[in-house]
Write a protein that binds this ligand. Structure first.
Ligand SMILES: [Zn+2]
Length: 425
């Protein structure tokens, strides 16, 4: 049973149970919505000028080295970030990609598109798959988490490259803590930090914490995920800045622009209306999202809905309908995950049962759980269908390449670096 009284934001659909620190003002509006209002009040022209000033000293005068590092994937905001860095800031970035191994064909295609259309150099990191599998198995069984190695790798590899190539500036997109729960003001201009990475990106688990008496992980297995020490960070003066502090961040409009301008590819995913985010991964919106609702009581659909409500493209009521519609949709591609990790689907089912947080689920039978999470407090007239008003908004805002169906496309992950998958052309 829920021990804490649930408080819902009056504007969006986040609650005080959000895992990041969220606060509410006297009118019942959450900190995320309050900080979001800055987007309509700040002088973004002025802020862009400030960004230009910040990056100027990092531009290589001799053009012998790269100006900065941009971590990229085949989805998320990568196209837009690179577009800003190259075309607006006039920089010559080195792109870096941590291979997450759960690659979809559309993700591989988007990554190739990014490299070709912007004509930039890219470095890939393919950590040996045995270590990745060992770590994934451990974090799945012990922490019901399959994304730890990906988040750890994605946040460490750029620093390694910064260190080795002596490129001090890393440029990221938006700061998740600021965007979701207003952890900082845009004007704080918060930068990348070891502590935020550990507490929020990595769920409080550093690489070294994985070596316990219960795990058969070795120093060698985790070595690729260890954050560099302060001494080497300070020697080179490595810093990571977030574009979202200087540019009015709106992922949906940004993706629309990238589809038009550069042919970014999008597709329908089973558990959200957002056709742009996470299309590069077979698990993020499936297994990872199911574990999220098991443990946290809400899933990615709530994040997407809150974002759209704040940008005034959906009303709170439409958001409620969408959460009801998507929140308990069946995940797909679990078989691919079991094949890859070489585990029995029954073991995965056991882990999924174990992951159910009793704050949000009541066990009724061996394999039957009743959900009592935040969305069960919503009053809705929706009969598990999306009405035409909502459909037409979604069709307009979230275009998709209709020929792309992730289930039909591939039986396995595309393990590039270990073999090449077919690309859309
Ligand atoms: Zn809110």
């Amino acid at each position: 049973m829920t021990t804490k009284k649930i408080i819902f934001c009056k504007k969006c659909l986040y609650t005080n149970l959000h895992p990041f620190s969220i606060t509410f003002n006297n009118d019942g509006i959450c900190s995320g919505c309050l900080i979001h209002e800055e987007k309509d009040n700040l002088d973004w022209n002025l802020r862009l000028q400030k960004l230009k000033k910040i990056v100027k000293p990092y531009k290589s005068k001799t053009r012998k080295n790269y100006d900065c590092i941009v971590p990229v994937t085949g989805a998320n905001d990568s196209h837009f970030i690179v577009h800003i860095v190259k075309n607006v800031l006039g920089m010559n970035p080195l792109l870096v990609n941590y291979n997450k191994y759960f690659n979809t064909p559309i993700g591989v295609s988007n990554l190739a598109n990014l490299r070709i259309k912007f004509d930039l150099d890219i470095l890939f990191k393919n950590v040996n798959m045995n270590s990745v599998k060992k770590i994934t198995k451990f974090t799945l069984l012990e922490h019901q988490n399959v994304y730890w190695p990906i988040l750890a790798g994605h946040t460490v590899f750029p620093l390694e490259v910064a260190k080795n190539y002596k490129i001090p500036l890393i440029i990221w997109g938006a700061h998740q803590g600021l965007e979701q729960v207003g952890m900082f003001s845009h004007e704080h201009e918060v930068e990348m930090s070891r502590r935020y990475r550990e507490n929020h990106d990595l769920f409080g688990m550093e690489a070294q914490d994985l070596i316990t008496i219960d795990s058969d992980l070795t120093e060698e297995d985790i070595s690729q995920f260890v954050y560099p020490d302060d001494k080497s960070i300070n020697e080179i003066g490595i810093r990571g800045i977030y574009l979202g502090n200087y540019i009015r961040w709106d992922p949906t409009s940004q993706h629309q622009l990238m589809v038009k301008k550069y042919g970014y590819k999008s597709c329908q995913l089973p558990r959200t209306f957002d056709t742009y985010d996470h299309v590069d991964c077979y698990n993020y919106m499936n297994l990872h999202d199911i574990l999220k609702i098991s443990k946290r009581g809400y899933s990615k659909i709530t994040d997407h809905v809150c974002r759209e409500i704040r940008h005034k493209r959906l009303t709170r009521e439409q958001g409620i309908d969408l959460i009801n519609y998507y929140e308990h949709k069946k995940p797909e591609n679990l078989d691919k995950f079991c094949d890859w990790l070489e585990i029995d689907p029954n073991s995965l089912a056991l882990v999924l049962n174990k992951s159910k947080n009793d704050k949000y689920w009541i066990q009724e039978d061996i394999n039957r759980f009743k959900f009592i999470g935040p969305s069960t407090y919503f009053k809705t007239t929706n009969n598990n269908e999306i009405n035409n008003d909502i459909k037409s908004i979604l069709d307009k805002e979230f275009v998709k390449n209709r020929d792309i169906n992730l289930n039909r496309e591939n039986k396995e992950y595309i393990l590039f670096g270990k073999g090449v998958g077919r690309l859309y052309e």
